[in-house]
Design a protein around this ligand. Structure first.
Ligand SMILES: Nc1nc2c(ncn2[C@@H]2O[C@H](COP(=O)(O)OP(=O)(O)OP(=O)(O)O)[C@@H](O)[C@H]2O)c(=O)[nH]1
Ligand SMILES: [Mg+2]
Length: 406
């Protein structure tokens, strides 16, 4: 057994006595050079003795390898070729279904890349190297062997079964919005292990690929054509439950998709409110530093510390300086707009204009409230609150060109 293989080929078997060894040898002959590969067979205690057959095959292999090693030692040559491909058998007590067998195989394997295929020669070993080399070209995507693209086909199925399978693929494509995939119900595909690391698998009925496509969001998909051939040996494990299992899986995945869209929307909304509040907080902090600057400059200019200006002149200088520093701090820190160009001057003009509008709103509201009989302190507080909020919103929208919410 390889400690860490590059590629793990997962093959579930149930009553595949007549197929499995031919398939293993077929795959071994086609595996790409330069990749260490393990073939992991998951057998559910097949009554036809598939598991026992593989066990004795593995024992023979072991005996053959040690004989070869002994022969090479006897020849004085102690270097034995490091086996670049191994076969492993995972035995389970009883039949637990196809998907759980594949998942068990993946769990028991070590490959960085995983390839899943059936044991009944419906998935030709000749297509394995094509899938692998496509995956090596883009190691972050899922590569699907597809029956439903130009060059792909199905051999040996009656017309009715072809039609049903085509219909099932169409339902998945449209129902689960898998518009970039032509054969989402293929059982023959390869992918890097990391894309399923955070997936919790729930469909134990039908196709594993469907669940990966729905849950591994945004994963890139590539398809290569192949000819699916109906099994020649052994019996199909399909039964009447397959249709209801399929409908259940599609319904579950459809609901899953809608649920995660809703969660995403909620998360985005939450993020927007956090963003809005943090920007408002920064805007008011900047406003407070402006007030402080205004106060310090006006005081220094009137008390003779720097000059002895008339208090109105000193206050005008204080206002200009504080508005300017407010503008730059808001630009750089609050709204993170760090572009400085010829457009910055008109932007500054808009900021001054809107801050003046804010001041007007404050004066007007103060006047209305006081005239309506409210106490001056309360009126001032209300007017300042309304003016500063409108100041923030107006500048957010018109000076820094952001959406009001977010
Ligand atoms: N370990 C295990 N393997 C299974 C089980 N059911 C099916 N398989 C294997 O999964 C693969 C696909 O099963 P098939 O019976 O070929 O199903 P199918 O390809 O959808 O249909 P047919 O080709 O018409 O038989 C084969 O390699 C089976 O041996 C199971 O419950 N446990
Ligand atoms: Mg089959």
């Amino acid at each position: 057994m390889l400690e860490n293989a590059d590629l793990s080929v997962i093959i579930p078997t149930y009553n595949e006595y007549d197929n499995i060894l031919g398939l293993v040898e077929g795959i071994k002959g086609k595996l790409p050079n330069g990749l260490s590969t393990e073939i992991v067979i998951v057998d559910d205690n097949s009554p036809d003795g598939t598991g026992r057959l593989i066990s004795s095959y593995l024992e023979n292999q072991l005996a053959f390898n040690s004989l070869a090693a002994k022969a090479s030692r006897d020849n004085g040559d102690y270097t034995i070729d490091d086996p670049k491909s191994t076969v492993k058998l995972v035995r389970r007590e009883s039949k637990h279904g196809l998907i759980s067998a594949i998942l068990q195989g993946i769990k028991s394997s070590s490959g960085k890349y995983i390839l899943v295929m059936d044991a009944d020669f419906s998935h030709p070993p000749e297509t394995v190297p094509l899938l692998v080399s496509e995956l090596m070209r883009d190691p972050d995507c899922i590569v699907i062997a597809s029956r439903y693209m130009t060059g792909g086909s199905i051999r040996g199925w009656p017309y009715r079964r072809k039609l049903l399978s085509r219909l099932a693929a169409k339902i998945a494509i449209h129902g689960l919005k898998l518009c970039n995939v032509r054969d989402p119900i293929s059982g023959f595909f390869a992918f890097p292990r990391h894309i399923i690391e955070n997936i919790r698998f729930d469909t134990y009925g039908y196709k594993l690929l469907l669940e990966i496509l729905v849950k591994a969001k945004g994963v890139r998909v590539k398809e290569i054509p192949y000819t699916f051939t109906d099994r020649k040996a052994g019996k199909s494990k399909l039964d009447n439950r397959v249709v209801s299992d399929y409908v259940n899986s599609i319904w579950y995945l459809y609901r899953y998709g809608r649920q995660s869209k809703k969660e995403l929307k909620q998360r985005t909304e939450k993020r927007k409110s956090v963003l809005f509040l943090s920007k408002a907080g920064r805007f008011y902090t900047v406003g407070a530093t402006g007030l402080l600057l205004n106060f310090i400059v006006s005081t220094l200019l009137t008390r003779g510390a720097i000059s002895n200006l008339w208090y109105i002149e000193a206050s005008v200088v204080g206002i200009i300086l504080s508005i300017t520093s407010n503008f730059f701090l808001n630009k750089i820190w609050t709204f993170e707009d760090r572009k400085f160009s010829r457009g910055t001057l008109p932007q500054y003009g808009t900021f001054v204009g809107l801050s003046t509008v804010g001041a007007m709103i404050q004066l007007l509201l103060l006047y209305i409230l006081v005239q309506s009989g409210f106490e001056y302190g309360i009126s001032l507080l209300a007017a300042v609150a309304v003016a500063s909020i409108s100041n923030f919103l107006l500048n957010k929208k018109w000076t820094f060109h952001e959406k009001i919410w977010g």
